[in-house]
Design a protein around this ligand. Structure first.
Ligand SMILES: [Zn+2]
Length: 233
């Protein structure tokens, strides 16, 4: 009896040991999971979309739609910001031009401007020193600052819609909905689009150096004309 009790005791100890061995590491794992969930971020891409535009000529980016200011700005060697939900286009005017798009030299002074796309839209504050090739823009968000996918599908051809979707990639907390801001940068010469979704990022658009800082309430954009240096003769 005594021997059997000892064996039984040992089996119980073994079982408890197994149980403890099983529980402890799991608990540890759980703690790690909770900790990593707190800081888990991910890239968020939009689901591929199909354009509903029947006539490419009506495309707001590459077409000849009279409602789009892109056609007007194409004569300028410049870049701009598009408020995508209403297709308002802000020419950055990094350098000085006449109305035909010819470059002018320094005109003296700098200027500050303000424009709004409506009560719930974006508010653009510009600070230009075009004599030096520098522009700073602060874009404050209104209520309607998240990309309206329906509007884009209705007014852009498939090629332009694909371009736009690429620059709407955001980086955010895992599991949360992607809410790209309805903003992007455009090169008036090539009609390529560039992202304004990043925090503290910079890139070149031909000879323009662009810095972007998208925050919770506003996005800051700085553009500088910075061509590659050539050797002095
Ligand atoms: Zn198009």
């Amino acid at each position: 009896m005594g021997k059997r009790a000892w064996v039984a005791g040992c089996i119980t100890c073994f079982a408890i040991g197994l149980a403890l061995g099983g529980v402890l590491p799991d608990k540890k794992e759980e703690t790690q999971k909770v900790a990593s969930t707190d800081v888990a971020w991910e890239c968020k891409e939009l689901e591929p979309a199909v354009s509903k535009l029947k006539n490419q000529k009506e495309c707001l980016l590459c077409g000849e739609n009279s409602k789009s200011l892109i056609g007007y700005f194409r004569k300028f060697d410049d870049i701009g910001i598009i408020s995508v939900n209403d297709w308002y286009v802000l020419g950055l005017k990094v350098r000085n031009y006449d109305e035909h798009g010819n470059l002018k030299g320094a005109l003296g002074g700098s200027d500050m401007g303000f424009v709004s796309t409506g009560e719930d839209g974006f508010r653009f504050r510009t600070n230009r020193n075009s004599d030096r090739g520098i522009v700073e823009v602060t874009v404050e968000y209104g209520k309607d600052h998240v990309l309206d996918e329906k509007f884009a599908k209705k007014h852009l051809c498939q090629e332009c819609l694909d371009k736009l979707w690429k620059v709407m990639e955001t980086y955010g907390e895992e599991g949360k909905l992607a809410e790209p801001k309805a903003l992007c940068l455009v090169d008036f010469q090539t009609l390529e689009l560039y992202s304004l979704q990043g925090q503290n990022v910079s890139y070149f658009v031909r000879d323009y150096y662009v810095q972007v800082d998208a925050g919770e309430e506003e996005t800051g954009v700085q553009a500088v004309y910075a061509p590659v240096m050539v050797k002095e003769k």
